[in-house]
Design a protein around this ligand. Sequence first.
Ligand code: NCD
Length: 308
Amino acid sequence: MQNFVGQSVVSASQFNLASLQKIFLTAMNMESLVEHEGCSDLLGDKVMATLFYEPSTRTRLSFEAAMNRLGGKVISTSHAKVYSSVAKGESLSDTIRTVEQYADVIVLRHHEKGSAQIASEASSVPILNAGDGPGEHPTQALLDSYTIWKEKSTLSSLKVAMVGDLKYGRTVHSLTQLLGLYDSKVYFVAPDILQIPNWVVDKFSSDNYEKKQSIEEVIGEVDVLYMTRIQKERFEDSSQYEKLKDLYILNQAMMKKTKPDMVVMHPLPRVGEIDPEIDNDPRAAYFRQAQNGMFVRMALLALVLGRT
Ligand code: NCD
């Protein structure tokens, strides 16, 4: 992705090192804008629609905050599965072809993998994929990599462990693809049935990743520990979820075994994977990570709407 103007963001595979650099620098400018002025009128003549078919706190609110910070307007359907015309049987393409009449950019979260691609094909305005089922979550990967870049000053030559539900975790699928652009090593820590899908690591050199079963195997050597929630809503058999849900819990005793400057990340929401006693540890970056989401989404909106 070289020129952002008018482009949809469907997959992390669209980005290269140059486009990431551009997003990071623009996000830094947005941080300084918020710090010094609070808001601007950069997108004062633009409207963003958020169309969410699955629950969300951070993604929707940070997109909406981002648009508001840049002076734009927001129209919104949360709970779209129940409250929009989809409940009457409308196709996603028809919904998109309608919403594009009202908005200059559409942020879509949907329960089906591939839905963002379908939407982008139907739309004449940019679609920003805010999660397509167990597929991808590219804007989360942008804020995750921005967070690593800020916390560690680089994205190269790091050791990163991704822990938990790597099969259904869309944030992991997208972030892994971005890390593949840098010379970093990734440890995928999960039981076999929740391991990283092949389509995610296809382009990864096999020297650059290893699959592991336990956090203990890698805790002493990693620079970034990326914890994730077991994705309850994706399991057909709830008893299987019950068996897996408490498999990985990061606690203070484990934090004592890490490198002193290791960073703990989590896309949130957490449901027990990180003991809250760690929250005050300066290495716990997950709430800073959530804040970075707003800056990165401000950058992305300005870039796709041609205002940078
Ligand atoms: C994640 C998501 O929705 O994929 N959250 C987020 O967007 N910050 C992670 C999750 O739900 O576990």
